[in-house]
Design a protein around this ligand. Structure first.
Ligand code: 0CJ
Ligand code: F3S
Length: 314
């Protein structure tokens, strides 16, 4: 069997930073440190940090007064920030800077007197965070059909922002529908969709031309990973989302000679290796990596974590 690995795939700069924040917090403060929500949507990442002493909670009332609390890469609402302050928590914010950028942009549009539309998926923590970072009403739009249902005058002053991990193509369709329906609407086009999401989607589209089966390494609750699997399916390739090698099913590969593998932005490369090992158990495997874009994006850590330990103790 020929296996072709997508390039780029796997960890993005925001995920590397978020995991590093938890690691460094554990080194500086000792266990336990508390993380609100999965730091990124991946069980292997979460289990690994849990073993080192991180405790994962869904709400801050589960965190003892004065403890270290880390916000996940997906961001939080302002009510969560205020709650943390009221409880005297020592907060480290692992919100991806590209999510924070969307929060800032949304607030600027509202300050300029525009009603804000957020294109995204209901219930996703990034969407809940972004809605909660904007003062006033934010209208959530999930599809082109929902654009038609918006109860707004056609010349209302509007703006839109988007979730960072959406399908570029679906989002373009929704933006076009907004531009067709409303006369005074501004927004970033699809540029709120982050570089990592865009690059992984472009790579998987290319890869899908070469393979009969696509495996996406990632979690079922990972938005960006689900979008990669959808692109494979839309390209006519049998596509499966797997957490690791244990979820790979032999029957997917009957008479299959070429398999593509990619990984969501929150999926560790070890799990890609683990999936390749599962394929090796079925027969000989020849692994290559497609030609693709090299990413050099890096995000700075919060300044609190850059200080030497001694300086913090004074
Ligand atoms: O929302 C983000 C800032 C992306 C974080 C990394 O990916 P993941 O899988 O934790 O999150 P999504 O469900 O948003 O893709
Ligand atoms: Fe940030 Fe995009 Fe990763 S928003 S956490 S760089 S998937």
């Amino acid at each position: 069997m020929r296996v072709i690995l997508a390039q780029p795939r796997g960890f993005c700069a925001g995920v590397v930073r978020a995991i590093e924040i938890v690691d460094r917090a554990l080194q500086q403060h000792g266990a336990p440190v508390y993380v609100r929500h999965e730091i990124v949507h991946n069980r292997h990442v979460v289990d690994n940090l849990r073993q080192k002493g991180a405790r994962f909670v869904e709400e801050l009332d589960e965190v003892p007064q004065g403890a270290v609390a880390i916000f996940s890469a997906h961001g939080v609402a302002q009510t969560v920030e205020r709650d943390a302050e009221a409880r005297g928590l020592d907060v480290l914010d692992a919100t991806c800077p590209l999510v924070t950028k969307v929060h800032v942009q949304g607030r600027q549009y509202v300050a300029a007197g525009r009603t804000l539309i957020l294109i995204g998926h209901a219930g996703h923590p990034e969407v809940e965070g972004t809605i909660g970072q904007i003062p006033g009403t934010v209208l959530l739009v999930q599809s082109e059909a929902e654009v038609a249902q918006l109860d707004l005058p056609i010349d209302a002053p509007l703006a839109y922002v988007t979730q960072t991990t959406l399908s570029v193509d679906d989002t373009r369709g929704i933006i076009d529908a907004l531009l067709r329906r409303f006369t005074d609407i501004v927004g970033p086009d699809t540029r709120d969709i982050c570089y990592a999401t865009q690059n992984r989607q472009a790579a998987v589209r290319e890869l899908s031309k070469e393979v009969e089966v696509l495996l996406v390494v990632g979690a079922t609750n990972s938005s960006n990973s689900n979008r990669l699997r959808e692109i494979g399916s839309e390209s006519g390739v049998a596509s499966y989302l797997v957490a690791d090698g244990s979820e790979v099913k032999p029957e997917w590969f009957t008479n299959v000679r070429t398999v593509g593998i990619t990984a969501g932005a929150s999926a560790p490369e070890e799990m890609v290796e683990n999936v390749i090992d599962a394929l090796r158990a079925l027969g000989p495997v020849d692994v290559t990596t497609m030609a693709g874009r090299e990413e050099k994006v890096e995000f700075k850590l919060p300044s609190k974590l850059m200080q030497p330990l001694a300086a913090r103790e004074v």
